[in-house]
Design a protein around this ligand. Structure first.
Ligand code: NDP
Length: 404
């Protein structure tokens, strides 16, 4: 039915590519393009092994610098994609969106734009493309991973089916896995550490409230996992959710961290290794956080020894028929099951699978409209149906104690 280019060849791209390979009814021809060609070829080899040699023949690879729009346009002109899945880093969002507009194809990503020299993320940069995508008759789907992504779709599904008015939204993200390393991040270390060391932010009564990093925390109980200390973070999906669901009075995001992880993080910050300011080291300019990334375990290699599971969902309180209701919708994902299917751990899996589903719905014409949209602006129903079919089944609890 359609041609797709996947940009990036990390953990998330690997999972998405394997899932795209399994959805042969909609993705006919696929290109994987990234900075390092060998990594793209390795993904195709893994598709040949896990999905089949015949199907792998529909996959091409290419080297590309996604910071360079003209280079991207040339690549697109050669391959003629209907959709580009940006699974590189948030730094490349704008150059890839520019290339999509110039060539004339649609766009999907899993993380909002961040400038390299400023640990700051918000949607304004990408929302500024609305008119151009609309005029070109192209679709841009923003934030189609798990969070943002599935959590935003869970919220849209709750608003559509279970509430007249969502008033309180708490997104709860627990990784109860163990990779048996003293310290490692589950996705790109640079992006991950920038996110966690930022000030916290939540939305209440029409205003954004800032907190010190990891200042607010609470023990929350996760299904099949138990109690875990959970920390309030600034997370990008809240920015669009409070606009798209204006009845929300308070929106917060919580993520679990173990003491060991937090101690390492504090030391990393105290000794200056989390800094993104370039320094001169023996005549060469280096960024401490990028150097740290080079010595930390590669998130893609955590999978083989990773046990336990993730549990991510939305705890919602609001009104239905004039009565107060509570609702908890969540997915638990086993790191080992993810590894057996794709060779990657659960965090890459829970991001790559939704990206594939979003691309599938675009190809089927179900999530196709001219303009730039966050995922909650599309119909959540076909997405929720696909989650159950593609490896991320979800569960609902009605009327329980939300603890929040
Ligand atoms: P990785 O660092 O493993 O992969 C990123 C890939 O992008 C690498 O293959 C890298 O190349 C490639 N890349 C980086 N810069 C360029 C460039 N200029 N040109 C071409 N290719 C480039 O990251 P992950 O797979 O862990 O994460 C991918 C994305 O998913 C990130 O944006 C991350 O923020 C997002 N994410 C979203 C989540 C969600 O739930 N919404 C959760 C987790 C991640 P090379 O291999 O050569 O380094």
């Amino acid at each position: 039915m359609g041609r797709v280019i996947i940009i990036g060849a990390g953990g998330v791209a690997t999972v998405a590519a394997i899932k795209v390979a399994k959805n042969a009814d909609v993705f006919t021809d696929v290109m994987i393009a990234s900075r390092t060609l060998a990594k793209c070829d390795a993904i195709v080899a893994s598709i040949a092994e896990k999905v089949g040699a015949e199907r792998a023949k529909n996959f091409q690879t290419a080297q590309v610098d996604a910071d360079n729009t003209p280079e991207l346009v040339r690549l697109f002109e050669g391959f003629k994609p209907d959709l580009v899945m940006n699974l590189a880093l948030p730094y490349q969002d704008l150059t890839i969106m520019d290339a999509c507009l110039e060539y004339g194809c649609s766009y999907l990503d899993t993380a909002n734009y961040e400038p390299k020299d400023e640990a700051h993320f918000e949607y304004s940069w990408q929302w500024a493309y609305r008119e151009r995508f609309e005029k070109a008759g192209l679709t841009a789907i923003l934030g189609c991973g798990f969070d943002p992504g599935v959590t935003s779709i869970f919220t849209a599904y709750a608003a559509k089916h279970h509430f007249d008015e969502i008033q309180y939204l708490d997104i709860v993200d627990c990784n109860a896995g163990n990779h048996h390393k003293a310290f490692a991040t589950n996705f790109n270390p640079e992006i991950n550490i920038r996110e966690i060391t930022q000030k916290g932010l939540y939305y209440e009564d029409g205003k954004w409230v800032e907190t010190e990093p990891l200042e607010i925390h609470k023990t929350l109980t996760y299904p099949n996992v138990g109690p875990k200390e959970s920390y309030l973070l600034h997370h990008e999906e809240l920015e669009s959710l409070v606009l798209n669901f204006p009845t929300i009075r308070r929106g917060r995001f919580w993520m679990t961290f173990g003491q060991e992880y937090l101690t390492h993080l504090r030391v990393i910050q105290d000794i200056g290794m989390a800094s993104i300011k370039p320094i001169n080291y023996e005549g060469k300019e280096i960024v401490p956080l990028q150097f740290l990334k080079a010595v930390l375990p590669n998130p893609q290699e955590l999978g083989s020894n990773y046990d336990g599971e993730t549990s991510i969902g939305c705890r919602i309180r609001g009104l239905k028929g004039g009565k107060e209701e509570t609702y908890y919708v969540y997915n638990n994902c086993s790191h080992q099951a993810a590894y057996e299917e794709t060779g990657m751990q659960g965090v890459s899996y829970t991001t790559g699978v939704p990206a594939c589903i979003g691309a599938r719905l675009f190809m089927q014409g179900l999530w196709k409209k001219a303009g730039v949209y966050n995922v909650e602006e599309f119909d959540p129903d076909p997405f929720m149906e696909e989650l159950n079919k593609q490896g991320l089944p979800w569960h609902e609890i009605f009327g329980g104690d939300l603890e929040l």
